[in-house]
Design a protein around this ligand. Structure first.
Ligand SMILES: O=C(O)[C@H](O)[C@@H](O)[C@H](O)[C@H](O)COP(=O)(O)O
Length: 248
């Protein structure tokens, strides 16, 4: 592992392999949750979809230290969700469950899933419902916001040059015509993503190297939404060696 690349208000930590990245991020999440629960009654973590979103879950459930977390006091959220029926294999929560999330002793009432077309009439209604849940659960801030990053620099379902990406004054937004299938999604907005003590970008693979460079070194929001999400206390780019290739 090479040393961290310090950069303005974010820290880059490079891991030798994808597996090392997933394992270290899982261990980091256990510590973050244990620490949060030491000072607050409950902790809030927002998970992500995509391959790394499930990879960290697989590592988490395999970690003996997972038992140090009082999972009954942990609230789980998703930064975005594909607008598909509950249980659909292409949903982020379904994929996270399949990776082992459902084996943690979470309180189902604290696992906040974005409603799909089986429970709402539109992605807009689903976004409004999810936003109400965020407001009513009283989470002043997510303790950890885990985000994957696309090769185009998207995070959650906030895509470059997409009209929904710049939504302001809202907690969640419906996304249509997503460049990454499926086309219809619900995403937390940029300002909601930033209601996080810590933001962690989890990025693996050479195909992400340019997005990591733009995210770390700066790029207009319209081109690289990932470059504009910061945690209130800490922002980490947790990457593997291949994804760090363009950082110099
Ligand atoms: O709904 C989704 O697809 C995810 O929420 C998305 O934001 C994902 O995290 C990135 O596209 C990275 O995905 P990979 O880690 O698979 O590249």
């Amino acid at each position: 592992m090479t040393g961290p690349h310090a950069c303005p208000d974010a820290t880059v930590v490079v891991h030798p392999t994808r597996q090392a990245l997933a394992d270290a991020a899982a261990a980091r999440l256990v510590v973050a949750l244990v620490d949060a629960l030491a000072v607050r009654e409950v902790a809030h973590v927002s998970m992500t979809g995509g391959s790394m979103g499930s990879e960290i879950v697989r590592s988490l459930v395999a970690l003996p230290a997972r038992d140090a977390v009082d999972w009954g006091r942990v609230h789980v959220w998703w930064g975005d969700e594909r607008y598909l029926p509950a249980g659909d294999p292409d949903r982020n929560d379904t994929q996270n469950d399949a990776a082992g999330l459902s084996t943690l002793c979470l309180d189902p009432a604290n696992v906040h899933r974005v409603p799909g077309p089986d429970a709402t009439g539109s992605a807009e209604e689903a976004a409004a419902t999810y936003a109400h849940t965020v407001r009513s659960t009283g989470t002043g801030a997510f303790d950890v916001m885990v985000l994957g990053v696309g090769p185009d620099g998207h995070i959650a379902s906030l895509f470059p040059h997409h009209p929904a990406a710049g939504t302001q004054g809202e907690i969640a937004v419906a996304v249509h015509d997503s460049p990454k299938p499926p086309p219809d999604r619900v995403s937390l907005t940029l300002e909601c993503l930033e209601r996080s003590r810590e933001v962690w970008f989890l990025v693996s693979g050479a195909d992400k190297a340019d997005a990591v460079r733009r995210g770390v070194q700066g790029s207009p929001f319209a081109e690289t939404p990932a470059a504009h999400v910061r945690g209130q206390e800490r922002t980490l780019w947790l990457v593997d060696h291949d994804a760090a290739a363009d950082l110099g």
